[in-house]
Design a protein around this ligand. Structure first.
Ligand code: KG4
Ligand code: ZN
Length: 338
């Protein structure tokens, strides 16, 4: 099976070709950061328009990288949710039209399932079952993964997602968009222990998260300083460490409670170096294996969608030929393919 994967749920346009036996043959990504940066966040209408402009040339380039033309494709996978409705529709329309013209099947993939399976594109992938820590701009979830499509949410954020907290805090520190990498960069020059930051909800049982209070704590802490370059770096470092520690404490608790031996960490925030390092140390102490996507596949990309779609198509998933887009779509609603 040779599957084209299309990702257009937010501010990156992704196209990739995944071969069931030979693996990933080609992938291309176009980021819209420059378009949205001047507005300090993603402008949905501009996102949709740019996906429309970029998607078809990107598909051509991914096919060229893979050394195939579209006539060789045997399936198409596209992100059908969750995400921005206009952005999703841009990808869904192209995917369904191309599938129809080539007379091949298409499947709509859940964006977070794509993230969750991204580490399976790497050498020595994890086997099922495993615990997944999904940390992106819209989601923070601990998921017990039995198999593809069998997901039990063990805990999630009751307010802001981890990435959202990074983005909002970056705005307060006037670092611009996207916030996560900029906070991480500033934090590398700071002292994480100068200020006291809470580790929200870690002192009570359960696996849910809450990050919105950390934002308020960050602004109050910043206001108590002269806002020098060092003050800002120390605040960024304290904030980053608090988010990472909170994620780590809950993830360790989930590993202990479930007895699972493997941890998969995915989503945009999984690119955070401090988090990667701290989670590696924690899992090795717990006697567990840890799996991340390569850095370029932590954020949104077409490869993870091609991979997830290929698994579902190979398992015989059939869908009506309709353009489907679900801006809200709980991961727990997914079922195994077939
Ligand atoms: O998975 P993703 O690309 O898109 C969504 O599905 O939401 O995640 C984007 C999020 C943004 O909030 C961004 O600030 C965050 O991931 N992010 C990071 C880092 N790189 C991206 N957060 C912390 N540290 C990073 N290095
Ligand atoms: Zn994402």
């Amino acid at each position: 099976m040779i599957v084209l994967g299309i990702e257009t749920s937010c501010d990156e346009t992704g196209a990739a070709i995944y071969h069931a036996e030979r693996g990933l043959l080609g992938h291309r990504l176009h980021s819209q950061i420059k378009i949205h940066a001047e507005y300090g966040g993603v402008v949905p209408e501009l996102a949709s328009r740019d996906h429309i402009r970029k998607l078809i040339p990107l598909i051509r380039q991914a096919c060229a990288d893979a050394g195939i033309d579209t006539s060789k494709l045997t399936g198409i996978a596209y992100t059908s949710g969750p995400g921005l409705i206009g952005a999703l529709l841009a990808g869904a329309s192209v995917a369904r039209s191309l599938a129809w013209s080539l007379k091949i099947p298409a499947v709509g993939v859940h964006h977070m399932e794509g993230h969750l399976l991204a580490p399976l594109l790497e050498p020595n992938p994890p086997v099922f079952p495993f615990l997944a820590l999904l940390v992106s701009g819209g989601h923070t979830q601990l998921v017990h993964v039995e198999a593809i499509g069998r997901y039990e949410i063990l805990g999630e954020s009751v307010d802001d997602a981890a990435g959202e907290a990074f983005d909002k805090t970056a705005k307060m520190l006037e670092l611009g968009y996207p916030g996560g990498p900029r906070i991480a960069e500033l934090a590398s020059q700071g002292d994480a222990h100068r200020f006291n930051f809470p580790r929200p909800m870690t002192d009570r049982p359960g696996l849910d998260f809450s990050f919105s209070g950390l934002k308020t704590h960050t602004i109050v802490t910043l206001q108590s300083t002269q806002r020098t370059a060092q003050d800002r770096a120390d605040v960024a470092a304290g904030f980053q460490e608090a988010v990472v520690d909170t994620l780590l404490i809950k993830t360790r608790r989930a590993l202990q409670q479930t007895g699972l031996q493997r941890l998969v960490v995915a989503g945009g925030v999984s690119a955070n170096q401090l988090m990667r390092e701290k989670l590696k140390i924690m899992t090795s102490k717990e006697g567990c294996q840890i799996y991340f996507p390569r850095l370029e596949f932590c954020g949104d990309n077409g490869a993870m969608i091609a991979y997830a779609g290929c698994q579902r198509l190979m398992a015989g998933q059939l869908e009506p030929m309709e353009i489907s887009a679900r801006p809200r779509w709980p991961l727990a609603e997914l079922a195994p393919p077939g």
